[in-house]
Design a protein around this ligand. Structure first.
Ligand SMILES: NC(=O)c1ccc[n+]([C@@H]2O[C@H](COP(=O)([O-])OP(=O)(O)OC[C@H]3O[C@@H](n4cnc5c(N)ncnc54)[C@H](OP(=O)(O)O)[C@@H]3O)[C@@H](O)[C@H]2O)c1
Length: 250
């Protein structure tokens, strides 16, 4: 059984990915930051249909906690699956914070940098000793790296950095047969976006109109791509950024 770590699995795209991966027979270690109840609910839903999942606490901005997190992962692997290795890591945790370049504070900038680029970099580094040969890393980026979206400059710049980092991971980890790909969602209705979408239905209409398939996406639209990319069917897909946006702004 493949074991996959999904950061930010308590809600949204990460929670969907956890359920879709479990449905394909993968064992799941999902992480939460501020919503343990959400994570426990996802674990219960997976276990209720015969899957196996555990939830661990992790703040991806706290690099100094990563060594202890690796120890937690090693213990969970052993006690839940009798295994020593993970087979996949999905660097998904994150948030959006939209502001014009002229108004962005240093604290906003650093927060986004830490969660979207520094965290995935050092978390991957920390977990590499546990990664099996033939494993897979997926980094969640954003279509804002391709389509300049006013207010998203720091977020998009760090997601763009994560896309570059993905190719470097593929290059450096290739000798261990570890793949690395980025998944770049378009606009998806989750907690991250629902406030803006609910406040401004015309924004949703605009985004839908800019999308070839004529609507915004749902978490499951991305979660099922994550599960598929992790499967051996996609074993020759490497070092790519795969946009999952229904044909956004083409
Ligand atoms: N929704 C979109 O339209 C969209 C589009 C493109 C890319 N993305 C990307 O997709 C990923 C998931 O977004 P989403 O829409 O699913 O968001 P979401 O529903 O708001 O969920 C965010 C998840 O990230 C976790 N998280 C946030 N800050 C964290 C931190 N410092 N440390 C650890 N975990 C943290 C949350 O954990 P807790 O709930 O436990 O705090 C939660 O599980 C993000 O990287 C986002 O940038 C989303």
């Amino acid at each position: 059984m493949s074991i996959i770590i999904i950061t930010g699995g308590s809600r949204g795209i990460g929670a969907s990915a956890a359920k879709q991966c479990a449905a394909k027979g993968m064992g799941i270690i999902l992480t939460y930051n501020s919503h343990p109840a959400g994570a426990e609910s996802v674990v219960r839903q997976i276990n209720a249909v015969g899957g196996k999942a555990v939830a661990l606490a992790l703040d991806v901005t706290k690099v100094r906690s990563f060594a202890a997190f690796r120890d937690d992962v090693a213990k969970a692997l052993k006690s839940t699956w009798g295994k020593d290795h993970i087979d996949g890591l999905v660097n998904n945790a994150g948030y959006g914070n939209f502001n014009a370049i002229e108004a962005v504070s240093e604290a906003e900038f650093d927060g986004l940098l830490n969660v979207h680029l520094k965290g995935p970099f050092f978390l991957t580094q920390a977990l590499l000793p546990l990664m099996a040969a033939g494993g897979h890393i997926i980094n969640m980026t954003s279509a804002t790296t391709r389509v300049a979206t006013p207010g998203a400059a720091p977020y998009a710049a760090f997601k763009g950095g994560l896309e570059v980092l993905t190719r470097y991971m593929a290059k450096e980890f290739g000798p261990r047969k570890i793949r690395a790909n980025a998944i770049s969602p378009g606009a998806i209705r989750t907690d991250m976006t629902s406030k803006a979408f609910d406040q401004s239905p015309e924004f949703v209409t605009l985004l839908a109109g800019q999308t070839a398939l004529g609507k915004i996406g749902e978490a499951d639209d991305v979660g099922r791509v994550i599960a598929s990319l992790l499967s051996e069917d996609n074993g020759w897909v490497n070092a790519q950024t795969i946009e999952v946006g229904g044909g956004y702004n083409i």
